[in-house]
Design a binder for this molecule. Structure first.
Ligand SMILES: [Fe+2]
Length: 300
């Protein structure tokens, strides 16, 4: 269990009908979302100097879907400092540092045949199942914003999919409010100890899938069954099955994108997945994605 009292208080906050739970408003929110995901791309001519029009365009999409896809001008596709320039202008602060991040806080996601990263699926060419980033983090280190910037796409495959967690919550609540409530309890999911030593060690900890924070709904989730122990009661088990069903059957609500060089997904750490891919045989042409994780919320 989480030990910090502040952290516990944060995760034990029960969901209120602030933004999502108003069932009568969900239909409106859903149709707005469906319209907005048809047009998520925002062109950014110069990522070092985003115009007011560009940031407004990003904000509009993020407000309706918790995500946006940006497209840099042709000179900036592989320019990682353009990514940090963008996030600085969006007020995201320093990226969350993790073992795979470089000095600028971005993690280059690439196939690594050997080394520390090969144990992690993101650093392979395999498919990556539904998850939110840092779902295993403690409450003092919640990942509120996540960015995936494509420097080089795969030779074939590697498409991303994402879905707004507020929509998932609304759909679960429509099915049965008790299921949404079960996933909002502080003992809904337990992340087992990771068995590593040194700075990589992570103790066993429990927390909710959904929780509210300053009026914003947040979600922690992984579909990888051996990475999480679900509470054993019938309601939680049913809720997890419904969540799984929504993620795997809501084609019309899922954003699917094959990012090209210079394009990126920026989001409120919504659930996302990745297709398997085939890499170029040329090492210097391998798929390369820069990932940034931020504890700051997206508040453009
Ligand atoms: Fe991820």
């Amino acid at each position: 269990m989480y030990t910090s009292s502040t952290a516990s208080a944060l995760f034990e906050t029960r969901l209120t009908p602030a933004r999502i739970g108003m069932t009568n408003h969900f239909g409106q929110r859903l149709s707005q979302y469906q319209r907005a995901i048809e047009n998520l791309v925002v062109d950014i001519d110069d990522p070092y100097r985003i115009s007011t029009m560009e940031s407004t365009a990003l904000a509009r999409r993020i407000e309706k879907t918790n995500m946006a896809i940006y497209r840099f001008g042709p000179d900036y596709g592989r320019d990682r400092s353009a990514v940090t320039a963008l996030t600085a202008q969006l007020g995201l602060g320093d990226p969350d540092q993790n073992l795979c991040a470089d000095a600028d806080g971005l993690s280059p996601i690439q196939v690594h045949p050997k080394g520390v990263r090969q144990r992690y699926i993101p650093y392979t060419d395999k498919k990556l199942n539904w998850h939110t980033d840092g779902y295993y983090h403690r409450p003092e280190r919640i990942i509120r914003t996540m960015l995936l910037h494509c420097a080089r796409p795969a030779l074939e495959g590697g498409a991303l999919e994402a879905i707004d967690h507020e929509i998932i919550y609304g759909l679960i609540q429509e099915r049965d409010p008790r299921l949404a409530e079960a996933l909002s309890l502080p003992d809904a999911m337990t992340i087992p100890e990771n068995g590593l030593s040194g700075p990589a060690f992570r103790a066993k900890c429990s927390g909710p899938v959904f929780f509210e924070e300053s009026g914003a709904l947040r979600m922690r989730y992984t579909a990888r069954k051996h990475n999480v122990i679900w509470k054993e009661d019938a309601l939680t088990q049913e809720a997890v099955a419904v969540l799984d069903e929504i993620l795997n059957s809501s084609r019309d609500l899922i954003v699917r994108c094959s990012l090209k060089s210079g394009e990126g997904l920026i989001c409120a750490n919504v659930p996302h997945r990745r297709d398997a891919f085939i890499d170029s045989p040329c090492v210097s042409e391998r798929r390369l994605i820069y990932r940034g994780r931020y504890t700051c919320p997206l508040g453009i």
